[in-house]
Design a protein around this ligand. Structure first.
Ligand code: ADP
Ligand code: MG
Length: 213
């Protein structure tokens, strides 16, 4: 039976084991619209596995995983879950190095449309403004015309977050964003994730205590 919930994300008593090893053992978690949640745990604690369950990459052995009250995520594949409004940032950044920073966001925006719409796509004023706003959010508006290859590792992480924002997710999942970042980038990452959480929900998993603080 599916429980009634008005929460954006609802996990109840989720279990998953790999060859008998209990990676997640009775996890329950509720995220409301507009909430920012940081989840901390040491390496091997099951943080990435939790994100794999939410995004449909791993199916739990038991437990409920619901999105927006009624959508049973355990029955959906990764594409369906992404289309439902869950965006995921993996640990390693994957940006188009040979494109400019702005072009990376443009590609993500075009890619979020259907095929016919992206063939017919011509960037209008509205999209230009939207991309500019995303570039401001990810602190890269001053680097817009530079190649993504020339960004620092931390800035590439931000660019990838921007590419996810172009898809306008209701829930953004971010896996250990500050690994390999400078102290200044780490502080800025905490701020930019807070900015993002003003218009959507954010779950960030980390093992870096100073970032969580
Ligand atoms: P974290 O992200 O907190 O470091 P993970 O979720 O990556 O932790 O891993 C939790 C545990 O589950 C680890 O012991 C890991 O080796 C194991 N694990 C994760 N994914 C798989 C998998 N697909 N197959 C087997 N074991 C896995
Ligand atoms: Mg991990």
């Amino acid at each position: 039976m599916i429980p009634l919930t008005s929460s954006l994300l609802y996990l109840d008593d989720v279990h998953v084991a790999f060859d008998g090893f209990k990676a997640i053992n009775g996890l329950s978690l509720i995220i409301e619209p507009g909430e920012m949640r940081a989840i901390i745990g040491p390496n091997g604690a099951g943080k990435t596995t939790m994100l794999d369950i939410i995004t449909g990459k791993t199916k739990p052995d038991s437990g409920d995983v619901l999105f927006e009250g009624g959508l049973d995520l355990t029955e959906k594949d990764e594409t369906e879950i992404a289309l439902a409004g869950i965006g995921r940032k993996f640990q390693k950044p994957t940006v188009f190095e040979s494109q400019t920073v702005r072009e990376n966001i443009e590609l993500a925006l075009a890619g979020s449309r259907n095929i016919l719409a992206s063939i017919l796509y011509q960037e209008g004023e509205e999209d230009y403004e939207r991309i500019t706003h995303i570039l401001e959010t990810i602190r890269l508006d001053h680097r817009a015309e530079e190649l993504a290859a020339d960004l620092s590792h931390g800035q590439k992480q931000w660019l990838e977050i921007g590419m996810l924002l172009a898809q306008d997710p209701k829930l953004l999942l971010v896996d250990e964003p500050v690994a390999g970042m400078t102290d200044a980038e780490t502080v800025e990452t905490a701020k930019l994730l807070r900015d993002i959480a003003r218009t959507r929900s954010v779950i960030v998993v980390e093992h870096d205590m100073s970032f969580i603080r």
